[in-house]
Design a protein around this ligand. Structure first.
Ligand code: GH3
Ligand code: MG
Length: 326
């Protein structure tokens, strides 16, 4: 049987109880590394610091509560929820194994079950863990694909829509400013028509690189539409957003694509975000972008109106008057 490259964490409250489990596991050939600890609390420390593929516990009446807590904690942490926990017990403690399984352990084995059965069950759980991990990876990859743009690797419009909502809510809560840049390539249709669609695609990739390089990790850089990009800048005042926009405009105008590439950028900032809604922030940036186009392109413009949407409360006044005269 080939030795598999797995790590097991053996939990038992005496050196002898750990040794018994270690010897049984040795015969399975499933582990190249064994870690040992005495109780559930230490087990959680090991799990935090080491990549472990399975937890095996020697269970008896005295440590059942501590191991229950360990299993419970593991099921609550997403990172450990799928880590197999195998309980071993003496034949007279079969009842404890059943209780352990009900608490959430993956397997309960009698210490005298025999090497063949133990080995088969341990290997099944390791394989099952591999399958679950592969599923998680596939799921993460799909989630990334669903939220990013295939050509530039930037976040896509769906991600932008969700993030602008989230950042607006955060900005309302923290009362910190929120800025938005809308960036549109100038006469991009002409670039496509003159140099071909593929050259146009390369320009979009180059521009995406500039946007990434020029923004902070806390900013969200998205492909908003065909040749339009958006950057959400949390906790960023107007003057800083203007500086970033100008830097981006300049960098793009100096790109070496074999032909001139320029952009127009619309900036909007909610300095005091009371009453802010995403639509107002976006509309302001959009108006500023069109002003940049109108004013000759290859330039940045900032929305003049504050990005605050105060609800119309005029209907309250007649009500107040009625209340006052009642
Ligand atoms: P303006 O300066 O007013 O923004 O003019 P423009 O030509 O950039 O704007 P317009 O909206 O007329 O044209 C946008 C062009 O962007 C048309 C479209 O074919 C091109 N485009 C959109 N998405 C892609 C893409 O993924 N790849 C390439 N190569 N071109 C794209
Ligand atoms: Mg354009």
């Amino acid at each position: 049987m080939p030795v598999m490259s797995n790590t097991v964490l053996i939990v038992g409250d005496s050196a002898n109880s750990r040794k018994v489990v270690a010897e049984i596991l040795e015969s399975t050939g499933a582990f190249h590394k064994k870690l040992y600890c005495a109780d559930g609390r230490r087990a959680l420390h090991w799990l935090r610091d080491h990549a472990v593929d399975m937890v095996c516990c020697n269970l008896h009446e005295q440590n059942r509560d501590a191991l229950d807590i360990l299993v419970d904690e593991m099921k609550r942490e997403a990172e450990w929820a799928d880590l197999p926990v195998v309980l071993f017990a003496q034949p007279e403690d079969r009842g404890l194994l059943i209780e352990g399984l009900e608490t959430g352990a993956s397997e309960g084995l009698l210490l005298d079950a025999g090497n063949a059965e133990i080995s088969a069950r341990i290997r099944w759980h390791l394989k099952n863990r591999e399958r679950i991990q592969a599923l998680h990876h596939a799921q993460n990859r799909l989630a990334r694909m669903a939220l990013s743009d295939g050509l530039t690797g930037l976040f896509n419009r769906a991600y932008f829509d969700a993030t602008i909502e989230q950042e607006t809510a955060r900005s309302l809560r923290t009362k910190k400013p929120l800025s938005l840049l809308l960036i549109d390539l100038d006469h991009f249709k002409k670039i496509n028509d003159t140099h071909g669609h593929q050259a146009g695609d390369r320009v979009l990739e180059e521009v995406a690189l500039v946007l990434r390089e020029q923004s902070r990790t806390s900013d969200t850089v998205c492909r908003y539409g065909g040749e339009e990009f958006a950057i959400i800048l949390p906790e960023t005042p107007r003057s800083h957003a203007q500086m970033v926009a100008e830097r981006i405009r300049h960098k793009i105008s100096t790109l070496n694509c074999g032909f001139a590439v320029t952009t127009s950028i619309g900036i909007n900032c909610a300095e005091r975000p009371e009453g802010l809604v995403p639509q107002t922030l976006i509309a302001g940036a959009d108006e500023a972008l069109y002003a940049a186009k109108r004013n000759g392109r290859d330039r940045c413009e900032t929305a003049s109106k504050p990005s605050i949407h105060f609800p119309d409360l005029s209907f309250i006044y007649p009500l107040k008057q009625v209340a006052a005269t009642a």
